[in-house]
Design a binder for this molecule. Sequence first.
Ligand code: OSB
Ligand code: MG
Length: 369
Amino acid sequence: MKISRITLYHLRMPLQSPFETSFGRTVNRECILIEVHADGQSGFGECVADQDPGYSYETAGTAWHMLQDFIAPQVLGHGIRDAQAFQRRVAPIRGHMMAKAGLEMAFWDLQGQQQGRSLRELLGGERDRVEVGVSLGIQASPEALLQLVESNLEKGYRRVKIKIKPGRDLIETTAVRKAFPDLRLQVDANSAYSLETAAALQPLDDLDLLLIEQPLAEDDLWDHSRLQTRFKTPICLDESILSSRHARQALEMGACRVINIKAGRVGGLSQAVAIHDLCRAQHVPVWCGGMLETGVGRASNLALASLPGFALPGDISATNRYYAEDITNERFVLNSDSTIDVPDGLGLGVSLNWEVVEKVTVKKLVKDL
Ligand code: OSB
Ligand code: MG
């Protein structure tokens, strides 16, 4: 595939309701839609970096800079056969995993179109529907949280994740567990604790949680390994795992027993599959995390989550949980068994609704040969 043009669209998508985590509150989800033109076709990718550097050092602004000034020039005008060839070209660029992952997704989409295969087939996915759950932000009160959990159970979600932070953890989690004794429940701290303050989380260990996600700092595998020895509940790492090397080391030192895989965080689907394979060989369960994606990133997550090692439900909810209007013509709906169908069209299997894209685009850049 000879790459003749790359177009970047900085999107600002209004969320159905604000999403609050330990690092902040998101009202509008920002991301970059990437279009790659090759041989008369276009492929699409979504770069999941957000407006603020709360989850990661990467932002939509830094990703735009990296894509415009470093990553796009590595591929424009070159013949690039697939994601592996793309990764070889951008290997000299340090870090900026989300920026790379966004463009890699577009290469998968192109490859699928050219080979007449779906992304699921290209990745080796085995299921045509995947188990999903819902990730609920920090609410105004424990009562409000209970109501929100209940309404999501009524919608059909069979696994719930709640966001926690110091002072908004035990009361909330205990209340949800009491009200719903059999619910598949997990919590996500987004790095809000230290080894010392995490001592306050000890009572969570008796609430039969599926896992405790990323309690400590993103750059701290060692303290996670110390914390895991104090908990029978599995610790799951999200922010800490940026490569399959990190995943191997985290497992070797016992820093976690479960890994949340996000293609964006690890530099692309190819790396996500590598981490899946590594974990599967060691019988370590993984699940697909989410970044409030548009329909483009959601299609990619569904294909990834169809791989056999994704043993736990993903943070991949129905489109209407996030957006009244999405940029894809396809909207993803929740099946009655808390699953979502994996797209089976060519590549990502979605098409763009250009009217909506235009409406939510705040900045656009065309890079030609
Ligand atoms: O930590 O998993 C996270 C959203 C944005 C940034 C980080 C996270 C999240 C979520 C939402 O938990 C998952 C989703 O429904 O997309
Ligand atoms: Mg997380």
